[in-house]
Each structure stands twice: as structure tokens, then as C-alpha cells.
Write a protein that binds this ligand. Structure first.
Ligand code: SF4
Length: 333
């Protein structure tokens, strides 16, 4: 089996950006779609709280990321790629990136660097395409999906940095079904670890010597949008979403954690749709008020955002809030 797409399929490689879409399926759809030129876009946006694995990969393995992108370009028959960076990341790695771009230019591949102002929505794939095209950084209606109408409405592969890194590993026969995990919080050794993708969360914390000595709960897959689990649930859960594991001491108060989440949503809402724009503002105003937390009002807004928001930012708010209520506070509203 020599073909890269068969190898990726055989490895069962899932995109690492958080949505969990099978990589081989996405690439096949772009190859089969009509339109030219096609594009490959890498996403190193990481606007979600708790994530910093992309910069770790870019610092340590930039050659592997380029290799994965070039494999994607060869597979769909294009020479055009865009390398999207959180602008803070680009400053840290630009010399290595420029050197690699020069190297691949000589081989006929065109890489364009796009630096974005860090934001959550800037990492949403269609908002990212809009940003590169010079349009407002807001998500597009889907369908059409980027695999058929992506950058400049041409078929486009958009993958996270880690996915391209994994593709290069697959091509070299070195893929070990591992993923990067950012461990955050008051633990012994916070940082980025490479762990088996099916490792249970308690094992991740123990094997990295980060199992806390105090009672705690965790948030998995993104520290604003990921689900929350009590420490006695961790033997059943594996790493989900975009690859982070945040540890909170059990003494963290509901007001502290809700303030962190609601502030993030209020600041990151792009303003395109009313449920998220108004809902996130109202949630932050509610939690800033002193006195008892108004759970009923909060949950009404959360439910509305979850059901009627335009994109993943707005509708993801239900996951942390509801799982925190159920798993940590053991409360029904
Ligand atoms: S849910 Fe609506 S307002 Fe919120 S980020 Fe998405 S499009 Fe923008």
C-alpha cells in the first residue's frame, strides 16, 4: 500500500482541530470536487482557551508540518497553499518558516503566509477563509462546504497543524496513534505532552506526573467550550476536542468558573448572529452582578444560544455549563 490516502485511511486519522472529521474523507472530497486551482490551508489559530499545542509543534517539527502540507498538495494536484498563523506564533517561528518556504519554492510549491489577529472565531474554517480573502472575519453559511467552495470558492483542504504533522508521520510509517495534549492548571508539570489517543484521562494525568494531591475537576478539549468532569469520572474518559486538559481545584467557585467562560464568550462573539451576540453579553452581565447566581436565567440564555446560534462558538456554550452542573455541582436547574 503506497498511496498516501490509503495509508491515512488505514491509520484512521481524524482531524485534530476539534471537529473530528476523518482526514482521508476530506482529502478525497477535495480531489473529486470540480474547480481549479485547488488550495491547501493549514490552521494554526488556536483561539480557544487552554490550547498551545500548535506553537509547540511549529517550534519542534516545522519540517513535518510542511511535509504533510506538500503531501496534501500533491494528492489534490495543486501547488498553492496558505499557512495561517496566529500572529503571535508567527513572530516566534518566522525564521524557520521562511527557510522552509524558500526550500519548497525551489521545488515549485507556493506557500503564502497569512497572519491573523488571535481570536476564537478566526480559527473557524470558513471565517479563516474570509480573513484570507480580506473579508470580515465571520463564519459563512454551510453548505457549500470548503471541500467544494473554499478559498476563493475553490475546493480547499483545511486542516489543523497537528493533522499535517500526523500525515507526515503516516507517510514515514511513524504514526503511533498519539495526539498532543496541553495540560494546564495548578499541577506539577503543566505543558504539552504526546499521549496515546485512547489513553484515559486519569492515566494521562498519572503518566505525566500531574495527578493532583488535592480534590479537583477537569475540563477537556478546550478550556472555554469543552465538557467538565469530576475527578472520579476520569477512568472512563479519553481526550476529546482540540487537545487540552485543564485541572481546576475543587475549591474553584461557580462564580469564578462562569466568569471565565462568559467573559470569553462575550469577548469572542463575532456579532453576526443575535443569540450569541446578545446572549453572551447578557451572561457576562448576569455573572458580574453580586448576590446569588441566577441559574434559571443563565440556563435560559444558554439553551437559546445552544439551539439558535449560527456557529460553533455560540452553540458550544451548553457543553461546559451543563456538564459542570451535572458532574461537579450535581445540580438540576
Ligand atoms: S455564534 Fe454567531 S455571533 Fe457567535 S461567533 Fe458564531 S456567528 Fe458570530
Amino acid at each position: 500500500m503506497n498511496n498516501i490516502i490509503d495509508k491515512i485511511e488505514e491509520a484512521n486519522l481524524i482531524g485534530r482541530g476539534g471537529a473530528g472529521f476523518p482526514t482521508a474523507r476530506k482529502w478525497r472530497m477535495v480531489k473529486e470536487a470540480e474547480g481549479s486551482p485547488k488550495y491547501v490551508v493549514s490552521n494554526a489559530s488556536e483561539g480557544e482557551l487552554g490550547l498551545h499545542k500548535d506553537i509547540h509543534i511549529l517550534k519542534k517539527y516545522p519540517e513535518m508540518v510542511f511535509k504533510g502540507m506538500v503531501l496534501a498538495m500533491d494528492y489534490i494536484g495543486t501547488k498553492e497553499a496558505y499557512f495561517n498563523f496566529n500572529e503571535k506564533y508567527y513572530l516566534l517561528v518566522k525564521w524557520k518558516i521562511r527557510r522552509l518556504i524558500k526550500k519548497y519554492n525551489k521545488l515549485g510549491y507556493n506557500f503564502t503566509v497569512y497572519q491573523e489577529h488571535p481570536s476564537y472565531i478566526g480559527g473557524e474554517e470558513t471565517a479563516l477563509l474570509n480573513a484570507i480573502e480580506g473579508k470580515k472575519v465571520q463564519p459563512r453559511s454551510k453548505p457549500p462546504y470548503p471541500v467544494v467552495c473554499g478559498l476563493f470558492c475553490k475546493p480547499t483542504i483545511i486542516n489543523n497543524i497537528e493533522t499535517f504533522f500526523n500525515v507526515a508521520q503516516v507517510a514515514e510509517g511513524k504514526y503511533e496513534k498519539k495526539r498532543f495534549c496541553c495540560i494546564n492548571g495548578p499541577v506539577r508539570k503543566p505543558g504539552v505532552y504526546h499521549v496515546p489517543e485512547d489513553m484515559k484521562l486519569d492515566e494521562v494525568l498519572k503518566s505525566t506526573k500531574n495527578w493532583p494531591k488535592f480534590k479537583f475537576f477537569v475540563q477537556v478539549g478546550g478550556s472555554s467550550s469543552g465538557p467538565v468532569y469530576h475527578y472520579n469520572q476520569l477512568h472512563k474518559q479519553i481526550l476529546s476536542g482540540a487537545g487540552s486538559l485543564e485541572v481546576y481545584p475543587a475549591t474553584t467557585t461557580p462564580r469564578e468558573i462562569l466568569t471565565k467562560w462568559f467573559k470569553f464568550y462575550a469577548e469572542e462573539s463575532c456579532g453576526k448572529c443575535t443569540p450569541c451576540r446578545e446572549g453572551s453579553y447578557q451572561l457576562y452581565e448576569l455573572i458580574k452582578k453580586s448576590g446569588a447566581i441566577k441559574w434559571k436565567e443563565i440556563m435560559q440564555i444558554v439553551e437559546t444560544m445552544e439551539k439558535t446560534s449560527f456557529c460553533g462558538l455560540g452553540y458550544s456554550i451548553g457543553k461546559p455549563v451543563k456538564s459542570y452542573l451535572k458532574n461537579v455541582l450535581k445540580k438540576k436547574i
